[in-house]
Design a binder for this molecule. Structure first.
Ligand code: FAD
Length: 282
């Protein structure tokens, strides 16, 4: 995976999430089956907010590998995590042949607690030292993390993540490519050299728009706001077209690593990927 991210070929990956309840894997298995048809370079599997993921991430990772032959990036979060729990998680991932981990602090809820790890970088450093066989990814934020004092400060912590063993990054979703280009310039000036995948989410409903914007504080450029306003009754096609245009622009500007937040909708992944199939073969 890391080699594909570092070479000059297009690397298209997809995020999926496990079901809320233990078991109940049918929905995500259906999604993986559909997503598998467009051959993503890897799928990432999220972990529940505030460390409440249980074994579901590992279960989904296992299906993706064994049933669909996919490469998998499993998300691991620091919140509520102890060294003991991490040890058993690592054992599971070794057994299931997962070799790539996305190391995060995790989304917080009011009851969230920190035990052995406070920041993603602390967790990355510990894993790198104790379980060096894993390749570690991290998150980054083109518009700055919402809790960060400033984008510059956030980029300093991103640099620190690299020092702690993170070898590749995936960005928070964004709708304005110019924010992403400015971010990349700043990050490279700080000598952060790891590959960075641009996180793109096709917005396919009005409710999704307001939820995402309030959750991530993502800037809505005028073209995006206009697209949403002009398609009040049905955003599906327009939202996918917007994401395709965004990705096309990214590729034309030399960005070749794209991570699609598909919300477990295989149809969305298929419609986006088919537009770039010819470029993947180059
Ligand atoms: P960190 O890198 O630890 O940063 C958190 C905050 O602390 C930032 O404001 C940063 O500037 C600051 N900071 C960092 N290091 C230090 C330090 N040493 N001292 C002081 N301040 C510091 N959440 C989930 O719960 N499950 C998931 O599966 C999941 N997947 C995600 C995937 C991607 C690609 C992204 C972008 C986010 C994902 N999230 C997920 C959300 C993520 O957990 C939240 O955005 C969380 O608030 C921050 O995580 P982080 O790893 O970026 O944190």
């Amino acid at each position: 995976m890391i080699d594909k991210l570092k070479n000059d070929q297009l690397c298209l990956s997809v995020e999926v999430f496990p079901p809320k309840k233990e078991g109940h894997l049918e929905g995500v298995i259906r999604a993986l089956k559909g997503i598998g048809e467009v051959n993503p370079d890897f799928v990432s599997v999220t972990y529940g907010a505030s460390g409440a993921g249980g074994d579901k991430t590992a279960d989904v990772a296992s299906v993706a590998i064994d049933a669909f032959g996919m490469k998998v990036l499993a998300h691991v979060t620091a919140v509520n995590l102890t060294k003991q729990k991490l040890e058993s998680m690592v054992e599971t991932y070794r057994r299931k042949n997962v070799k790539n981990l996305l190391i995060l602090r995790g989304d917080l809820v009011p009851e969230s607690k920190f035990f052995d790890f406070r920041y993603a970088s602390e967790l990355a450093l510990y894993i790198k030292k104790n379980y060096p066989e894993f390749t570690l990814f991290g998150a980054c934020y083109p518009e700055g993390h919402p809790e960060a004092e400033s984008l510059e400060k956030d980029i300093e912590f991103m640099r620190h993540k690299e020092d702690c063993g993170i070898e590749a990054f995936i960005t928070q979703l964004f709708f304005d490519n110019s924010c992403f280009y400015d971010f990349i310039d700043k990050v490279r000036q700080k000598n952060i050299t790891s590959p960075i995948s641009a996180g793109i989410m096709p917005i396919t409903s009005q409710s999704q728009t307001s939820r995402i914007v309030s959750m991530c504080g993502t800037h809505m450029p005028p073209t995006f706001a206009k697209m949403v306003a002009n398609n009040v009754d049905n955003l599906y096609d327009a939202g996918i077209d917007y994401a395709v245009t965004q990705i096309d622009d990214l590729i034309n500007n030399g960005q070749k690593n794209i991570h699609l937040y598909s919300m477990n909708k295989a149809d969305i992944a298929k419609r986006v990927f088919e537009k770039f199939e010819h470029k993947r073969k180059l």
